[in-house]
Design a protein around this ligand. Structure first.
Ligand code: 1HN
Length: 351
């Protein structure tokens, strides 16, 4: 540390040419580009996509491009700091997907995992490995890697949801691909959140003998999450964040392997300053309005807006209402960071 590193120009031209011919590069002139001191080089910036601006663009996509020509009618939300990569953060793909009444999006499966967070409409279904998952506002629905999925819409108004995918990571692994499929036959039974995994702490008896199914519950209805947040908030101390994780009900592990999902309630007038974290994150505003200060930049948000939070950012959320709660569904890459041993929280003194 503190030593002056050798530069590329100090090396004789014939040596540099010879290295290039052998597809080799000296590390030392660029080692700080790979491992900068103290904090990673962060390309992603704090960013907000406002739903009132995005919604007309979504509806226009519906007029311009029939579903048959889209496979999936999705607008990708790209962080300006990551351009031309169309990703919200280094690890999070955010898209807004539109399905119009009567449309179907064909069956396929792929190596990236997707999670849907419904922002508008009713009467839509996503069918995951034969399980019919109804889509209501705020519902969170898993489409794990290589699970067959198709969408359909029997309602009368547009359905819009957020797609959160781990595609940036899977693409970086050169491992992203898709397999088209025939239409799925579906179960007549409701999705598992409505009977097998009806409530926390209750499991089908035979699941005490683990089946090894990593995704026993695919749908997390907002109605249940909202009620849990309200009951949590009624008891939590003022300093206790009202923050609930979406987990596998059999193991208590994060519901997905790369991206983590959680619901956060900001009580009326509440300001929440979580510890600075090594993860990148994003959130969808499900209810209420407020603002977030992210690395000194303030974004004011309201319902259905999406916000990107870079890794290691200093964050402070504020509920803009003194009378109504605000609810966010947060996405982060903590599950992957924990698995590879790089998850960190920094205390205020170091922040
Ligand atoms: C995809 O297959 C879906 O199945 C949504 O609904 C978003 C974004 C990138 C690649 C594939 C879907 C996607 C996607």
């Amino acid at each position: 540390m503190g030593k002056v590193l050798g530069t590329i120009d100090e090396l004789p031209a014939d040596y540099r040419d010879e290295l290039a011919r052998h597809n080799a590069t000296p590390l030392w002139p660029s080692i700080r580009g790979i491992i900068p001191f103290g904090m990673p080089e962060r390309r992603a910036r704090p960013h907000i996509w406002r739903y009132r601006e995005m919604r007309p663009l979504m509806l226009r996509a519906g007029e311009l491009t029939p579903i048959e020509k889209a496979e999936r009618r999705v607008l990708m939300l790209g962080n300006p700091g990551l351009a031309p990569e169309p990703f919200a953060t280094a690890s999070i793909f955010f898209g807004l997907q539109l399905v119009l009444p009567g449309e179907t999006a064909p069956n396929h499966r792929h190596s990236p995992s997707a999670v849907r967070i419904v922002v508008e409409g009713e009467g839509g279904f996503t069918i995951v490995q034969g399980e019919r998952c109804p889509m209501a506002r705020g519902d969170l629905i898993l489409t794990p890697a290589q699970h067959w999925h198709q969408h359909e819409h029997h309602g009368s108004k547009p359905m819009v949801w957020v797609d959160a995918l781990d595609a940036p990571t899977v693409m970086r692994l050169d491992a992203a691909y898709c397999v088209p499929g025939r239409e799925q036959s579906t179960s007549d039974r409701p999705d598992a959140s409505q009977w097998r995994y009806r409530g926390a702490g209750l499991l089908p008896y035979e699941r005490l003998q683990r089946t090894g199914n990593a995704y026993p519950q695919l749908r997390y209805p907002w109605a249940a999450v909202r009620a849990a947040l309200a009951d949590f908030a009624a008891q939590a101390g003022r300093d206790e964040p009202v923050h609930i994780a979406y987990v596998n009900p059999e193991t208590g592990e994060p519901c997905m392997p790369v991206l983590g999902f959680s619901a956060l309630m900001l009580r009326p007038g509440e300001t929440l300053a979580p510890p600075r974290r090594s993860t990148s994150a994003g959130f969808v505003v499900i209810e209420g309005e407020g603002e977030s200060e992210i690395d000194g930049q303030t974004v004011a948000w309201s319902e259905n807006d999406l916000v990107a939070i870079p890794n290691h950012a200093k964050v402070r959320h504020r509920n803009g209402s003194g009378t109504r709660p605000a609810c966010l569904i947060q996405v982060d890459d903590a599950p992957l960071q924990r698995k590879i041993g790089i998850f960190e929280e920094f205390d205020a003194a170091r922040a």
